[in-house]
Design a protein around this ligand. Structure first.
Ligand SMILES: Nc1nc2c(ncn2[C@@H]2O[C@H](COP(=O)(O)OP(=O)(O)OP(=O)(O)O)[C@@H](O)[C@H]2O)c(=O)[nH]1
Ligand SMILES: [Mg+2]
Length: 886
């Protein structure tokens, strides 16, 4: 055979081998006419001595450089079988592509560290890759194949040289498919994990073949991925899920996560200032508690405590201790400035704060030794002072502030595993992306109701401990409502007395008093109570004034259970209650709990009602004290009454409705958080291993906000702020910190202003929940919106349909007011959602709306929608139910 014929045969057989790797196992090789893959094959050529360790150039057609390549990893060499393209296919190479390829090839070699931030196409990739050498595209249009390199410098050098140009997305025309050249900005594109070439649904399978390493152009197979895409490994896209069957998707996604070419390489990890060696990486990933989802970067590691973090940052996690990896831990590893040291590292302010909250004495210049079980001692004292993470409250604080805690049951035996990629898969799947959502609002705006609804919706029910807490909270609230009524009663009584006095001095006509004649007449009126209730009232108002209810509750208050009953039933209190609009501190919900008592009474005959002297609860036997005597007589027909009174009894069990309607979540009402996922149906349907996004909803009570918003500094990493305002507050009064009353809507406005301009949240998306729409609808026809000075220019039009109802017009008006306010402070868009938090479905809607907002925010960062103006964006989403108010 002639040398030329031999060469052709060689080329053909290597082509076949390569093709077999690309198509599904067992599938026939398509005949030439139907072949539509653009394929490049690497050749092992002798190194070019003139080029040293640089990538070697192969000009398949001699010096003429007549080969054609498309800039995305496909070489199309004229006249050979590598160039299989339909004549109808449009040209694939754009000027932007040319720029990209030239910047790639011209980049100079860099030292080892640069490997961390580049996308090396290295010998290790060749080692790992199923497909031959790396393709590099020089500006001349030559096809360049990455040569074998041996030294570490070469690895890093070629890595840098081959790294994709930064953000190729921006350079390419948005929405244009790299294969067919057709553009549609609104359509999804699937991107190559290596070179970020994007393909439309018609071209993606042709460009990516059978995806043995996941979503990579055929020419990029074997090459390391673009690190910015690491978090998306194994997450199926909508487009792919439509194109392939579930089984196929699962295989591709598994390959994408597990194949060797897509794993982190040791030189990409610098620990305590030194790049890792392969055996060190194996030790880190093979230990019993490895750092999960490890990405290339610079890290510090404290081998005594097991703390692990990014260089210059607080500890991020706790991994197995005593691993011999990396260099020596530096004092400034986490960039702390507290003059308190743990195992030689100066700790960060956040760590110090949590240590103090955990009651660890740590004045300046304290040097601690902390061991992997959390026990600690001062340097040189040889005296273990305790365990840092022993208390549940410390663990809660740590998890809230993203400080790591060791697992309560650390994995026992040290597993030995051969390859870390096998190990990383299940752990990777367990890890879900966590997005913090901070829920804020003025007192009574509904934040705790939303929180509780989220708990019912996405988490399991409340635990018995939580219910017990809520029960105590409801019981305490009952005393608070009563004290507000008793205080109002005193005021109304005094006013009535004054009026009586002044009127009687003018005439002898009896007024609204109830009492007899003479001087007694002046002392008695509709708001007067008997001696027994007066004692109770004085006692309760006094402990309320001292803020001391905690001290008396529940022990002392139990004694008064029957008096609560009596007080509520008393005509003076009922008369006061009728004027509840004049009692700014009596929340609407008071009537939910108090009215139940009234309702129960109304079930009784008047005779029985009149004869009730009180209620006695003896263990589980409830009985009424009838008349003046002490006769205990069980009343089976009074079960409703018993249930109502039950609220202040030991046996009271709050119903789900009680829990929702009650104010607050926990007794101290400070911080509370839950974690949950919102289903993403397409992802789950096609890839059960798809890691869902996890949300951490953190509710900070308004009291926490009052304290100078200091607490907020702890939350600068939140993904979104959810700010809650009660629509029905527009006619309510609210005490400012100075004690002066102001309109409650104005108080919400001021709070939003201060949070929106808070330095921690300059970039954070804000979602405004305009809550209590039900109460607002009921109120707006009775109380004009203009009573709030901010809404003075509201002028509704005559309603023609339900959409134009007064409530709806007022709602839009208020939403726009808040949007304008927000835009004037922060130059950002405020997302507004209308809700009735007592209705569970609207809370679910709100969280799904928030999810859409976050997606939009992500896409905005990726610059996919960068050129779209706001109105297009709104129109785009207006089809979604969640954006109907966009
Ligand atoms: N009518 C009506 N009431 C609501 C709605 N949402 C919440 N509430 C009630 O408003 C009251 C206060 O709500 P919370 O959720 O406790 O308000 P908060 O923001 O937690 O306020 P603090 O706990 O006081 O900081 C509760 O009694 C809720 O049941 C709603 O959409 N409509
Ligand atoms: Mg509350």
């Amino acid at each position: 055979m002639s040398p030329a014929a031999e060469e052709v045969r060689e080329v053909e057989s290597s082509w076949e081998v390569a093709l077999r790797r690309l198509i599904p196992p067992g599938a026939p090789i398509p005949d030439e006419e139907h072949l539509d893959y653009s394929i490049a094959i690497g050749h092992d050529l002798p190194p070019d001595p003139r080029r040293g360790h640089e990538a070697e150039i192969l000009d398949l057609h001699g010096a003429s450089g007549s080969s054609v390549f498309d800039g995305f990893g496909h070489s199309n060499v004229g006249g050979t079988r590598f160039n299989r393209r339909r004549s109808s296919d449009p040209p694939r190479r754009t000027p932007a592509d040319r720029n990209r390829s030239s910047s790639v090839a011209c980049a100079p070699a860099e030292p080892v560290d640069s490997a961390l931030h580049s996308e090396p196409r290295t010998s290790s990739a060749r080692r790992a890759g199923s497909f031959s050498g790396s393709l590099i595209h020089p500006p001349s249009g030559e096809v360049v194949l990455g040569g074998e390199t041996s030294s570490e410098e070469d690895v890093a050098g070629s890595a840098k040289a081959a790294s994709p140009a930064p953000s190729p997305v921006k350079e390419r025309k948005k929405g244009v498919c790299c294969r067919c050249g057709k553009g549609n900005i609104l359509k999804d594109r699937e991107a190559c994990l290596v070179c970020d070439a994007r393909y439309c649904s018609n071209c993606v399978l042709k460009a990516m073949g059978s995806m043995p390493e996941g979503r990579k152009c055929v020419g990029c197979i074997g090459q390391p991925i673009d690190e910015s895409k690491r978090s998306g490994l194994g997450k199926c896209s909508k487009m792919l899920s439509k194109l392939c069957g579930p089984l196929e998707i699962r295989q591709v996604m598994k390959a994408e996560r597990e194949c060797a070419a897509n794993q982190v390489r040791p030189q990409q990890l610098v620990v305590n200032g030194r790049p890792l060696r392969q055996e060190e990486l194996d030790e880190v990933l093979g230990c019993s508690m490895p750092p999960q989802k490890l990405r290339p970067g610079r890290y510090w590691y404290d081998k005594d405590s097991g703390f692990w973090g990014k260089e210059g940052e607080k500890p991020d996690r706790i991994i197995s201790s005593k691993l011999n990896v990396g260099g020596k831990l530096q004092v400034d590893a986490s960039n702390g400035n507290t003059q308190v040291y743990i195992n030689g590292r100066e700790i960060t302010k956040l760590e110090l704060k949590v240590l103090k909250l955990a009651n660890v004495q740590c004045p300046r210049d304290t040097h601690f030794w902390v061991y992997d079980d959390g026990s600690y001692e001062e340097e040189g004292q040889n005296n273990i002072r305790g365990k840092i993470w022993e208390k549940a409250s410390t663990r809660l604080l740590c998890s809230l502030f993203k400080l790591p805690t060791p697992p309560e049951n650390p994995p026992g035996s040290k597993e030995v595993i051969s390859t870390y990629s096998i190990r990383s898969v299940p752990e990777y799947l367990e890890q879900k992306r966590l997005q913090k959502l901070l829920l804020l609002g003025l007192e009574g705006s509904g934040t705790s109701t939303i929180f509780k609804q989220a708990k019912y919706l996405y988490e399991n029910q409340f635990s018995s401990e939580e219910i017990e807490n809520i029960k105590l909270m409801i019981q305490r609230s009952l005393y608070r409502y009563l004290s507000t009524l008793l205080e109002g009663r005193e005021r109304f009584e005094d006013e009535a007395l004054e009026r009586n006095k002044s009127e009687s001095s003018k005439s002898t006509m009896p007024t609204d008093g109830l009492g007899g004649g003479g001087s007694q007449k002046h002392n008695q009126n509709a708001y007067s109570i008997n001696q027994r209730l007066r004692h109770f009232s004085d006692w309760l108002l006094q402990i309320m004034a001292m803020g001391d209810l905690e001290a008396f509750f529940p022990a002392a208050t139990r004694e008064y259970a029957s008096v609560v009953e009596e007080a509520w039933r008393h005509p003076a209190i009922q008369a006061t209650y009728k004027r509840k609009n004049e009692l700014p501190f009596l929340p609407d919900v008071a009537s939910y709990f108090l009215d139940r008592v009234e309702f129960s009474y109304s079930n009784l005959s008047t005779e029985t009602q009149n004869s009730i002297g009180g209620l006695v609860i003896l263990g589980s036997v409830s009985a009424l004290v009838i008349g003046k005597g002490i006769m205990l007589k069980p009343y089976p027909q009074l079960c409703l009454l018993v249930q109502a009174v039950e609220i202040s009894s030991n046996d009271y069990e709050p119903t789900e409705k009680d829990i929702l309607y009650s104010e607050g979540i926990t007794q101290c009402n400070g911080l509370a958080f839950i974690e949950f996922s919102l289903d993403e149906p397409y992802a789950e349907k096609f890839d059960c291993s798809h890691p869902q996004i996890k949300y951490q909803l953190i509710r900070v009570s308004s009291k926490g906000l009052n304290e100078g918003c200091k607490l907020l500094e702890m939350f600068e990493d939140v993904r979104a702020i959810i700010f809650c305002v009660s629509l029905s507050d527009y006619d309510q009064m609210w005490p400012q910190s100075s004690g002066e009353l102001c309109n409650k809507m104005m108080a919400s406005k001021h709070l939003l202003e201060s949070i929106a301009s808070h330095s921690s949240f300059r970039e954070t998306p804000f979602v405004l929940l305009l809550n209590k729409y039900d109460a607002f609808e009921a109120k707006i026809n009775k109380v004009p919106l203009t009573v709030c000075e901010w809404f003075a220019d509201f002028s509704p039009v005559k309603a023609r349909d339900a959409h134009q109802s007064l409530a709806n017009q007022a709602y839009y008006y208020i939403a726009v007011k808040f949007k304008d306010l927000f835009a004037s402070i922060s130059n950002r868009k405020l997302f507004v959602f209308q809700m009735k938090a007592r209705e569970r479905a609207t809370v679910d809607g709100a969280f799904k709306y928030i999810r859409e907002v976050l997606k939009w925010d992500d896409a905005k960062d990726d610059n996919i929608y960068g050129d779209l103006d706001e109105s297009i964006y709104s129109t785009d989403f207006s089809s979604s139910v969640y954006f109907k108010y966009g």
